[in-house]
Design a protein around this ligand. Structure first.
Ligand SMILES: NC(=O)C1=CN([C@@H]2O[C@H](COP(=O)(O)OP(=O)(O)OC[C@H]3O[C@@H](n4cnc5c(N)ncnc54)[C@H](OP(=O)(O)O)[C@@H]3O)[C@@H](O)[C@H]2O)C=CC1
Ligand SMILES: O=C(O)C(=O)[C@@H](O)[C@H](O)C(=O)CO
Length: 276
């Protein structure tokens, strides 16, 4: 496993396991399989409604809690200072742990204008030692500029949509300049057309790897934290088997150039104001 040291000196495993759309009843099995395969980093959120299954899998895995990097996120409708503190308590309760490794504001939700207040609550949670690191998700240059100006602690991570069809060069550069690590969500383009790209099949053929493994390798070599999701045991293992080959700089550029072919899959954070 490769680690990245965040701006608060916390070390994060660069490859993690995402669990969006895995129902709570199946999350136990999926996370157990991931931990057996070697993952030591799990990305969940209050909104995924599977924190209980994720937490139980970690507790019963036999892997010491301190060896697993656990992320969860504050849902949009819970933003605000007191409401954030309450939402965090409930996440810990469902996860069955007394701290998380990373707590993120899930979306800025510019219209409700509560992300600065919410960030102050995350700073308090970190100061109390209940989140080892704090960060944001889906923040734009505009929302981050304000957070950096008005907050006391800079975010350690910005988790954003990022895959070869949407390579986010400008946002990666913004994060880098500000000492923020970029984490890629939907890193496989949600398993859609991207994985059928002839370029990825060709590169996979050269290295004896699948298109998904080539894409995960691209993320690792760009310096992204990457959290592919799968509910399929063979794919969970496949997505972890990416540490025995290197793409060349030209191959990385060729994959990045696929960005012309696709685009964003998820909501645009500048206008995503859903709080339900
Ligand atoms: N902060 C945010 O706003 C967001 C965060 N996220 C986080 O990012 C994680 C990953 O993103 P996600 O949207 O789930 O999408 P991914 O890009 O990780 O793709 C997941 C899809 O790809 C399929 N897949 C996985 N591995 C393979 C493989 N080796 N070969 C072929 N198909 C494969 C999966 O199928 P199957 O499961 O059937 O195997 C699933 O349909 C989420 O689970 C979540 O933790 C995601 C969205 C937004
Ligand atoms: O998966 C997440 O973390 C999300 O925030 C997404 O579900 C997001 O809310 C979305 O895709 C809504 O359409």
């Amino acid at each position: 496993m490769q680690y990245i040291t965040l701006n608060d000196d916390v070390r994060i495993p660069q490859l993690g396991f995402g669990v969006w759309q895995i129902p709570d009843a199946q999350a136990y099995e999926a996370v157990s399989t991931a931990l057996e395969a070697g993952y030591r980093h799990v990305d969940t959120a209050a909104a995924y409604e599977n924190e209980a299954g994720v937490g139980r899998a970690i507790r019963e895995s036999g892997v010491p809690r301190e060896d697993v990097f656990l992320t969860t996120k504050l849902w949009n409708g819970d933003q605000g200072y007191d409401t954030t503190l309450r939402a965090f308590d409930l996440s810990l309760e469902r996860l069955g742990t007394d701290y998380v490794d990373l707590y993120l504001i899930h979306w800025p939700v510019p219209e409700q204008d509560l992300y600065i207040e919410s960030w102050r609550a995350l700073e308090k949670i970190a100061a109390d030692g209940r989140a080892r690191a704090i960060g944001v998700s889906n923040f734009t240059a505009e929302t981050l500029d304000r957070l950096l100006k008005e907050g006391t602690t800079p975010p350690a991570i910005n988790q954003i949509e990022l895959h070869p069809y949407f390579p986010q060069a400008a946002m990666r550069e913004y994060d880098r300049k500000h000492g923020i690590v970029t984490e890629a969500w939907s890193p496989l383009g949600q398993g859609g057309d991207l994985l059928g790209e002839p370029l990825l099949t060709r590169l996979g053929g050269l290295y004896g790897k699948t298109p998904a493994q080539v894409v995960i390798r691209w993320h690792l070599q760009l310096g992204n934290v990457v959290i592919p999701k799968s509910a399929t045991p063979s794919r969970i293992r496949e997505n972890f088997d990416v540490f025995d080959f290197d793409l060349t700089p030209d191959e990385i550029d060729e994959i990045t150039a696929l960005g012309g072919a696709g685009g964003r899959i998820g909501p645009d954070p500048a206008v995503f104001n859903y709080t339900g």
